[in-house]
Design a protein around this ligand. Structure first.
Ligand code: CP
Length: 322
């Protein structure tokens, strides 16, 4: 595997889940696979879980790790071609990328959407530049439009807890309010991965928040949140800004802060005693109430723990295919 961006990059999902269970049973089983190999993790944006879990995954495989925070200590990077660099950006990404490639064997990239230019974001311009110019295998640690390590960890978690319910689970992705404009990467990937998995999948959000059909084709969209929640086994809450599908001019905007969408105990009472899920970080009182996130049915910590597992499987695949 030279690139990990979408669910199809992993091939057969059942086999990927089997590998995840194998790693979870013994996360050091492949601890010599990455000997004398170096992972470079490049962060254009902040992170807690991705930073720690991916580094831990690399260490599980015996790799060395370098972490570069582009906005803290590196030269400010220009990402657009054709610009006159007379501002505060000292280096162009097109030189920086091949230089980074000289010092490592695998590169992980975190580069969020700018949320101003939809075409630029949805073309995954920065990620594809790393693919093209680094000369190394690359993987997404949340890029402009996707967060596959998170979606894989979410699927591992749902698979584990659905097995305890003994039925094909109903999984609901619900929009919830947030004070700031957030990217669509997490809901895009969650939808893409759920549609490839063995679950009944429903998305609910206020009108205007339709996700890009490239990620949601085949999903049931239900604008009535209560109807969507009925009979649900898993509630996955997330905010996202306007994807600009119905109105491109609204791309990246906050169209609603409707607090009636906040997931509280009443919302959860409409479900089949559902598990609550969120990728974290989460804003309490906006996305979810304290009692729901702290309930025994909340899976936010097991999901975060499974980030180490999803990252270990992905890095193992990359190392094995080199
Ligand atoms: N869920 C997630 O990716 O968390 P971080 O942004 O802290 O890495």
């Amino acid at each position: 595997m030279r690139s990990f961006l979408n669910v199809e990059d992993l091939g057969d999902l059942k086999e990927a889940l089997r590998e995840a269970a194998e790693i979870k049973a013994d996360r050091y089983k492949y601890d010599t696979l990455g000997k004398n190999k170096t992972l470079l993790m490049v962060f254009f944006n902040n992170s807690l879980r991705t930073r720690l879990s991916t580094q831990k995954a690399a260490m599980n495989l015996g790799m060395n790790v370098i972490v570069l925070d582009v906005n803290a200590g590196a030269w400010k990077l220009e990402t657009e071609r054709g610009v006159i660099m007379d501002g505060d950006k000292s280096e162009h990404l097109l030189e920086a990328i091949p230089v980074m490639g000289c010092y490592c064997d695998v590169i992980g990239i975190r580069s969020f959407a700018g949320l101003t230019d939809r075409d630029y974001d949805y073309a995954e311009t920065v990620y594809h530049q790393f693919e093209k110019y680094s000369g190394k295998p690359v993987f997404a640690m949340e890029t402009a439009t996707v967060h596959p390590l998170q979606a894989f960890a979410d699927l591992i978690t749902i698979n584990e807890y659905a097995a305890k319910r003994g039925k094909r689970p109903k999984v609901v992705l619900t929009w919830a309010p947030h004070p700031k404009a957030l990217p669509q990467a997490v809901p895009n990937s969650f939808a893409q991965w759920m549609l490839a998995a063995d679950v009944d999948f429903v998305i609910t959000h206020p009108e205007g928040y339709e996700l890009d059909p490239a990620f949601t084709k085949g999903a049931t969209i239900e604008y009535d949140q209560r109807k969507a929640f009925e009979g649900a086994d898993f509630i996955y809450a997330k905010n996202w800004s306007c994807p600009g599908v119905t109105n491109r001019e609204d791309y990246g905007k906050v169209l609603s802060k409707d607090m009636s969408w906040t997931v509280d105990a009443e919302h959860m009472s409409w479900t089949n005693d559902a598990h609550f899920m969120h990728c974290l970080p989460v804003r309490r009182g906006m996305i979810v109430t304290d009692d729901v996130i702290e309930a025994p049915t909340s899976l936010v910590i097991p999901e975060a723990a499974n980030r180490e597992i999803s990252a270990t499987v992905v890095l193992k695949r990359i190392l094995q295919s080199k």
